[in-house]
Ligand binder design. Structure first.
Ligand code: SF4
Ligand code: SF4
Length: 348
């Protein structure tokens, strides 16, 4: 386990691993798989790539042998070379479990403060989209009154939806990415991901040893310590945020980095890898280390969301937001407009 993972204080050992079949308790049957026999060539890629061991090849054809463990992650359909797989939500899959008393609404003072932060970020940086308020609702805490998506989404997709103005709450059975869900403490990690073998299939790492090292060095919260993720536009907050995620250009990230240092002069030690961008780099690292962190995005979030190629991400712990916003206001008085005006451009 890496020093950064240990330093968080929330991670005291490797992730709990669980066999795919046991995930049925978390999931319920939420998806139905349909294979088009006329298109299917029997290549077996869907079986190999499914992280939840839902699919098995029988007599040369794919069969959903554990539909209840399906997370609707669409890895199988994405990898199928002939587009022979359809994944449909099962009837009743979007129904909430037992109704319960929601958490009290966010107090006006906090809401106004978040809205002021959002206005400064938007106006001074010129952000195209909303900054996102991220909260992890811990086990035993009441859930805020935030809509759940009718279909399972990846955490990175929920983050991108919030930047476009849509607030979402996702307990484990609304999450579609078993990797991010386990990293954020909603579930254990499926055995096939923990082993590292899927990363080799994707050609994302050279060896099982490298894949296991990557999994072992990333931080994660203890399994079942989190009930739900909540992602809201910062100017439409529904509960107390722990991290503010900003999706923007490298130039906007530069000003945020300088705003964080404005009163101290400290430089930053960023941790970025291209693996697990939104769950680890934009959310968990800022949350656990109480420091800002940048991310270049990852295969998953770039393949499954509308995030632009030119964009990168930053996670800012809420505890730093007052200083970041104050620093940004100061930078906006001279440094930012002058830099954007290219005042030192040579005359040729
Ligand atoms: S959607 Fe994901 S979990 Fe479900 S069968 Fe396909 S790869 Fe497996
Ligand atoms: S990946 Fe597609 S073509 Fe290959 S076995 Fe699965 S459904 Fe058939």
């Amino acid at each position: 386990m890496s020093e950064i993972a240990k330093a968080s204080g929330l991670i005291d050992g490797p992730q709990e691993v669980m066999d795919a079949a046991q995930f049925a308790d978390v999931s319920g049957v939420t998806h139905v798989l349909r294979f088009d026999e006329a298109l299917c060539t029997g290549c077996g890629l869907c079986e190999a790539f499914c992280p939840m061991e839902v699919i098995a090849m029988k007599d040369g054809s794919p069969v959903a042998v554990a539909a209840e463990a399906c997370w609707g992650c669409e890895t199988c359909s994405g990898q199928c070379p002939v587009h022979a797989i359809r994944i449909e939500a099962a009837p009743g899959a979007g129904c909430a479990a037992e109704p319960e008393e929601p958490a009290p609404p966010l107090d006006k003072e906090t809401r106004d403060r978040y809205r002021e932060w959002a206005a400064v970020l938007r106006d001074v940086l010129g952000l195209r989209w909303h900054p996102v308020a991220v909260s992890l609702i811990r086990a035993g805490e009441p859930l805020p009154d935030v809509p759940e998506p009718t279909e399972r989404l990846r955490y990175c997709q929920a983050l991108m939806a919030a930047r476009r103005g849509r607030a979402l709450m996702m307990p484990a059975n609304r999450h579609a990415c078993p990797d991010g869900t386990s990293i954020l403490g909603l579930t254990p990690i499926p055995a096939k991901l923990a082993s590292g073998e899927l990363y080799i299939l994707f050609h994302k790492l050279d060896s099982v040893e490298a894949a296991q090292r990557m999994v072992g060095e990333r931080p994660s919260l203890p399994a079942r310590s989190v009930r739900a993720t909540v992602t809201c536009p910062l100017d439409d907050p529904r509960c107390k945020a722990e991290v503010v995620a900003v999706i923007g250009t490298p130039e906007q990230m530069m000003w945020l980095s300088m705003a964080t240092s404005y009163y101290t002069g400290h430089r930053h030690d960023f941790h970025a890898s291209g693996y697990n961008a939104q769950c680890v780099e934009t959310t968990l690292l800022p949350l656990t280390t109480r420091k800002i962190n940048i991310s270049f995005g990852c295969y998953g979030c770039r393949a499954s969301s509308d995030v632009d190629d030119a964009m990168m991400m930053m996670g800012i712990p809420v505890t730093l937001m007052d200083d970041v916003v104050r620093g940004l206001r100061e930078l906006g008085k001279r440094a930012i407009p002058q830099s954007r005006d290219k005042v030192y451009l040579p005359p040729f």
